[in-house]
Design a protein around this ligand. Structure first.
Ligand SMILES: NC(=O)C1=CN([C@@H]2O[C@H](COP(=O)(O)OP(=O)(O)OC[C@H]3O[C@@H](n4cnc5c(N)ncnc54)[C@H](O)[C@@H]3O)[C@@H](O)[C@H]2O)C=CC1
Ligand SMILES: O=CC(=O)O
Length: 334
């Protein structure tokens, strides 16, 4: 009987993935609530001489980690974003990198809309108002906000998630603008077939005209602080910014000033820089009037997390078997 590959998983992921790995691997799973330290991952990979590593977006995986085990064939991340994995280091070492595109797009788009709706219509503020005992009567001007229907939505990054967000705008009769590294004719055609016309514009035009700006780009060097002071100043005064991509796409200090000085009306963030965001971070003083913030949960539906676990396990299994990964980050990188 041939020896089973050894794999190390840096957190308890949904059973769907762990059960799949258990069938054919010697499985070791970090059991802590918080991520293992980088040193601990290195130590475990070395002592196990692991063939595969399944990691999360909260792990920093670079060449030093990859070199810990002489047998490492694959790093599979339980996320579509792979900015926490040094892809160049992996490529240099001939290590495959898997990720989870597609399966979480609709769920993440639902959540971007949840943030958009709640920032526009002030639901979090409304709840605090009730719980603070301030609700004495119905008020003609109480907690008014902008209309969502008929407004202009600007989508930055019309990839899988951006397109799913844009499709939902059809139901609200919105005009949809998008910016990307170039026009995405395939997405435009699919959206048109679903009855949603989207218009490609450059980012400045999008910022000038959108009532809501929603971010769906991966974190690369080229997208770091894509939204900074100049971009926030450019946005409409009453505009709302939604970020469900990665925290460092937005310059947090610039956003803090923008909210203080009213360059924009409000922001909804599922991702932050720093992340996790300490409760006493300066920017939280804008909650809830100007800011709604959630702890990176946009893909957190039960069904989607199960699918991500299965997909991450399938990538890992292919990697340890020396096969092409079903979803390779090296192939998908733009
Ligand atoms: N908050 C959360 O829980 C989640 C966050 N994400 C984040 O969302 C990101 C996007 O995911 P997908 O839509 O699946 O990726 P994707 O690869 O399908 O789409 C990304 C789009 O961004 C575009 N893009 C790249 N650089 C750009 C730039 N400088 N300006 C404008 N557009 C640019 C690409 O051309 C592409 O169209 C992920 O990389 C991840 O970081 C994804 C899932 C859940
Ligand atoms: O942020 C989540 C991801 O899958 O990427």
């Amino acid at each position: 009987m041939s020896e089973q590959p050894t794999v190390y998983v840096t957190r308890q992921i949904p059973d769907a993935g762990l059960e799949l790995l258990e069938e054919s691997c010697e499985l070791h799973v970090w059991d802590g609530k918080l991520p293992p330290s980088k040193d601990h991952i290195i130590e475990r990979l070395a002592e196990l001489e692991a063939d595969g590593l399944l990691c999360l977006l909260s792990d920093d995986i670079d060449g030093e980690v990859m070199d810990a085990s002489p047998n490492l064939d694959v790093v599979s991340t339980f996320s579509v974003g792979y900015d926490h994995v040094n892809i160049d280091d992996a490529e240099e070492r001939g290590i495959a990198v898997g990720h989870t595109p597609g399966v979480l797009s609709e769920t993440t788009a639902d959540f971007a809309w949840a943030l958009l709706m709640t920032t526009a219509r002030r639901t979090v503020e409304g709840q605090e108002y009730v719980l603070d005992g301030e609700w004495e009567t119905w008020g003609p001007k109480l907690l008014t906000g902008p209309d969502v229907h008929g407004a202009t939505l600007g989508v930055i990054g019309l990839g899988n998630i951006g397109a799913a967000v844009a499709r939902r705008a059809g139901g609200f009769g919105m005009e949809v603008l998008y910016a990307d590294v170039g026009p995405n004719e395939e997405a435009e055609a699919e959206l048109a077939a679903a009855g949603v016309d989207v218009t490609y514009v450059d980012q400045n035009e999008l910022l000038d005209h959108s009532d809501f700006v929603t971010l769906h780009v991966p974190l690369f060097e080229s997208t770091h602080h894509l939204i900074s002071e100049a971009e926030l100043r450019r946005m409409k005064e009453g505009a709302i910014l939604i970020n469900t991509s990665r925290g460092p796409i937005v310059d947090t200090d610039a956003l803090d000033t923008a909210l203080s000085e009213g360059w924009i009306e409000r922001a909804g963030l599922d991702v932050t820089d720093p992340e996790p965001l300490p409760a006493d971070h300066e920017i939280t003083r804008h909650v809830p009037e100007r800011l709604v913030v959630t702890p990176h949960i946009a893909s957190a539906s039960i069904g989607t997390r199960n699918k991500m676990a299965t997909m991450a396990a399938e990538n890992l299994l292919a990697g340890v078997a020396g096969e092409d990964l079903p979803n390779s980050a090296l192939d998908d990188r733009s």
